[in-house]
Design a protein around this ligand. Sequence first.
Ligand SMILES: [Zn+2]
Length: 454
Amino acid sequence: MNETVSRLLDAYRAEFTEKLQAWVRIPSVQGAPEDGAPFGREVRHMLDAAEADAKAMGFPVRDFDGYACDITLGDRPEMIAVLGHLDVVPAGDGWNYPPFGAEMDGTRMYGRGTSDDKGPALASLYAMRAIREAGIPLRKSIRLILGCNEETDWKDMEWYAAHAEIPAVGFSPDASFPVINTEKAIIHLRFTAPETGSGLQVIEMATGERPNVIPGECTAVVRGGEELAEKVRAWGAEKNLPVAAETVPEGIRITAEGIPGHSAYPEGRRNAIGMMICLLRDLGAEGPLKVLADAVGMTHDGSGLGCACSDAVSGPLTCNMGILHLKDGAWTGTLDMRCPVNADLPALRDAAKAHLPGFEVETLEMKPAHHVPADSELVTQLLAAYEEETGLPGETVATGGGTYAKVLSQGVAFGATFPDDEDLAHQANEYADMDRLITAAKIYANALIRLAGE
Ligand SMILES: [Zn+2]
């Protein structure tokens, strides 16, 4: 791309590093609302810092009552949007570095928000600065919108949309390269059935709190003695699955150990509820548990629910049972299905209902897919910028997860992690590599020149 822009971005490196450290040291986790600070004092603090930095670079900045800000380059009516966020999730445990210390280790900066999403947001801002300082003529304006509530409720974008016009086209540097242009549709179902009382007697079971989590452990208390406990162990040995059983006063307590994860990415995970219900069915459970074990069990493709499907742009449907509770004589649980773009959502819901005889099934959520065609101007230009700056092959990617990009009607997620990076968003020891952030800034500048340049 433009040599001057590239050189400028290299030259900003020390300042970029220092600014990002200052941003990361503000623990902008959502807090109690205050005047002008709807997401708490620290988030407000962070927004002030970002606004001050953008103003110091000479950009016009608008504040939206502490919900978000926007920073604009150019005065053309047509716009390309870049959408990032300044809030972070809490630090959590397990850090080897102070989570808000922004400590450098070689070229890596460690800290909450370094990669999600302060680093990529700042890389976008420096890309805009380089474009301006290089004097690149623009036929469209570039608008960086920085939200303050992405990690929880997206109230920032609701507010922004009510007080400003959201550009139609753009990208969100809040995920990974090359380009995520497809987000699957989401169906959340809740099912309920009375326990029939026949077969194996389950006394207690309550696993999971959220539909979108693959439970990592499931325990149940069932009536029986040492003989039954032996059968549990034999089942585990035969299937080569980690289950355990111990006798307790009411019967035996069974534990199934899964591999936890996010429901949108079931590959390589193991749902502990699925293990448990298959085990209980094989031990003689009847009624609702048997229905669930047959229809869902340990699968995650929806096949037993008559829902298995797939299309070329999205890949296969995924299905997760995140919750299953026995309470007051009834079973209640949830299914979280991530569905291909072309899927008929009501038909999938009806198929699932039909495969759960005896259950009442209620739709908690039915969210359409978000898709920007791979041959659109936006996607082809972003991929070209990525290929030019990295020499790596560009391709479009589908996700079962949600990204900030769908705030824009033609929005895609674009960086800033690279295909071989470990994804540490929301985890301990989150870091950003400054070499890679500079490369990301060059990709963003390249892309913005292609989309908005004359
Ligand atoms: Zn994020």
